[in-house]
Design a protein around this ligand. Structure first.
Ligand code: SF4
Length: 354
């Protein structure tokens, strides 16, 4: 459906004063808002991509306690790093963070550059994260456009552009950046006030009665709030049938690294995308012909572009060609993506001991 488009230029500068004063009276106390150094802002922004604020708080606390600065992140062992990230998903985020940390140490003496273009040259830092670091940590007039900001801004000016259109992102980054104060704390607060309004008031189902911008908002005035933002059409997810084997040997449960596909480089219980093969034939390909099946369960795991229909099968065997770990070791020091961690639900300690 074609959405209403208001082509008259919107003056974002007019939202600055009412939004700042609303933000200062209503902002939430969040751990990353205290002492917003570039490192702390960066870690929080990367964690908050794809994850809810409440869920991020504990991860953020643990991560900063273990890795309080760029140098510690650059030097962290991979398994420890992945364990700190376990449950947040999208592991390429933390791998890129470590690559960026190494570059910051070797090229910038462990300091973050202030120039947004230099920030964007670091692995995993796009225009959104660069804008957040530049404005919140350095007090520079650089907008950070995320989903919340797209929602607020597209409603304010009734902009019917699709938010995945790079030209719309560029337009909004430029228009908002031009509305920023010259520098300082107001820049940091303006960025966060847009995030906060989108998170608390201008939600998908907006609470316009509590909004400080009703007098300026075109969508509110014409009752078209729910027509914005305009999202790209969703593509159907690819569906894969996957066997995940909880292979128990006398020395523990088998773990290996994924060599390809989604979650490449992560630990897994040995798995196999099935094209009609039987579990027995998959086990036979690994040299496992003598085994006892204890139990199985089925569940679904959704990735961004793929849906896995998983059959998890708990199998006992005398030996298998993989590394093995005891259950306590698995819980404490082996990072496992959620897609595989769910398999542990079919175990019980009494049966495991046998
Ligand atoms: S008036 Fe409503 S639609 Fe407009 S910015 Fe405020 S909450 Fe969003």
């Amino acid at each position: 459906m074609k959405k209403k488009q208001n082509t008259e230029k919107f003056e974002f500068q007019r939202i600055l004063a009412p939004l700042l004063s609303w933000y200062r009276a209503n902002k939430r106390r969040l751990p990353w808002r205290e002492n917003p150094t570039p490192y702390r802002v960066w870690v929080s922004e990367i964690m908050l991509q794809q994850t809810r604020v409440e869920a991020v708080k504990e991860y953020y606390r643990r991560f900063l306690e273990a890795l309080p600065n760029v140098e510690a992140l650059a030097e962290c062992e991979e398994e420890k790093l992945l364990k700190l990230w376990e449950g947040l998903g999208y592991y390429s985020r933390v791998r890129n963070m470590q690559k960026a940390a190494k570059l910051l140490v070797t090229t910038y003496g462990g300091e973050f550059p202030r120039d947004p273009r230099e920030l964007r040259s670091l692995p995993g830092i796009g225009s959104y994260t660069a804008g957040a670091i530049a404005s919140i940590a350095f007090g520079l007039p650089v907008a950070a456009v995320d989903g919340n900001v797209f929602r607020v801004a597209s409603r304010l000016e009734e902009n019917g552009s699709v938010i995945s259109d790079p030209a719309y992102r560029r337009y909004l980054e430029e228009s908002l950046s031009a509305a920023y104060p010259e520098s300082g704390k107001d820049c940091a607060d303006f960025t966060q006030s847009l995030f906060e309004l989108g998170a608390l008031i201008c939600k998908p189902n907006p609470d316009c009665g509590a909004c400080p911008l009703t007098g300026l908002c075109r969508a509110y005035q014409s009752g078209t709030q729910r027509a914005f933002p305009v999202l790209p059409e969703k593509k159907a997810k690819r569906v894969e049938d996957v066997f995940v084997f909880l292979l128990q040997t006398p020395s523990g449960f088998c773990i290996r690294r994924r060599e390809s596909g989604v979650l490449k480089g992560m630990n897994e219980f040995p798995s196999h995308v099935s094209f009609g093969e039987s579990p027995e034939s998959v086990l036979a390909a690994w040299g496992i012909t003598e085994f006892e099946e204890v139990r199985r369960k089925e569940y679904t795991h959704i990735f961004t572009h793929i849906r896995w229909n998983i059959t998890c099968i708990w199998v006992r065997t005398d030996s298998a060609p993989f590394d093995t770990y005891g259950l306590d070791e698995l819980a404490e020091s082996v990072s496992l993506p959620t897609a595989f961690k769910q398999c542990l639900g079919i175990l019980d300690r009494t049966d495991c001991a046998r």
